[in-house]
Design a protein around this ligand. Structure first.
Ligand SMILES: [Zn+2]
Ligand SMILES: [Zn+2]
Length: 178
């Protein structure tokens, strides 16, 4: 998967006001597919409900309508942790599961400006390990997950993303749309 080098910076800028208020912000990555590679060409900022520790898109139909209109794949999502470290919470794991079910290559990008060790992480659920745990979990809210059957981690840093300086992408901010 290829992502523009400017995408995280642009997203940080779009999230700035929320981040200052200790509220999360989320965005969805739309990608085109050619020659065996997904190219993230759209960042959608959906209408959303967020707290300091969670963020939820409220009109998913709207997002899927835009993606299918443009023939783009839901390639994952990006969200901020305004005051937490750079990791995937149990709720984040369920969100990521829903993306990885749709597209096995989908990624979760976390922007954590206050994390002293890393401000940006790109993660995926391990497959089959983490995917198996999430498939069988019916809990919601923050909760603990059982261990994977192979004893490995539930999620891992994704090393397959290439940051491309020349890739163009469009931003669609639905927050102020009617
Ligand atoms: Zn999170
Ligand atoms: Zn769970």
């Amino acid at each position: 998967m290829q992502i523009s080098v400017r995408l995280t910076d642009e997203f940080i800028e779009l999230a700035k006001e929320n981040t200052g208020n200790n509220v999360e912000t989320c965005g969805i990555l739309g990608a085109s597919f050619r020659d065996g590679t997904y190219y993230v060409t759209m960042l959608i900022i959906p209408k959303q409900e967020a707290t300091a520790h969670s963020c939820q898109a409220v009109s998913e139909e709207e997002i899927h309508a835009i993606l299918s209109e443009q023939s783009l794949y839901p390639a994952g999502w990006i969200h901020t942790h305004p005051s937490q470290t750079c990791f995937l919470s149990s709720i984040d794991l369920h969100t990521q599961y829903s993306y990885q079910v749709m597209l096995p290559e989908a990624v979760a990008i976390v922007i954590a400006p206050t994390d002293p060790t890393r401000n940006c992480g790109i993660f995926r659920l391990t497959d089959p390990g983490g995917m198996g745990v999430l498939r069988e979990c019916s809990e919601s809210g923050f909760h603990a997950h059982r261990e994977t059957t192979d004893g490995g981690p539930i999620y891992e840093t994704c090393s397959k993303v290439i940051f491309n300086p020349n890739l163009r992408f469009e931003i669609v901010d639905l927050r102020s749309a009617p």
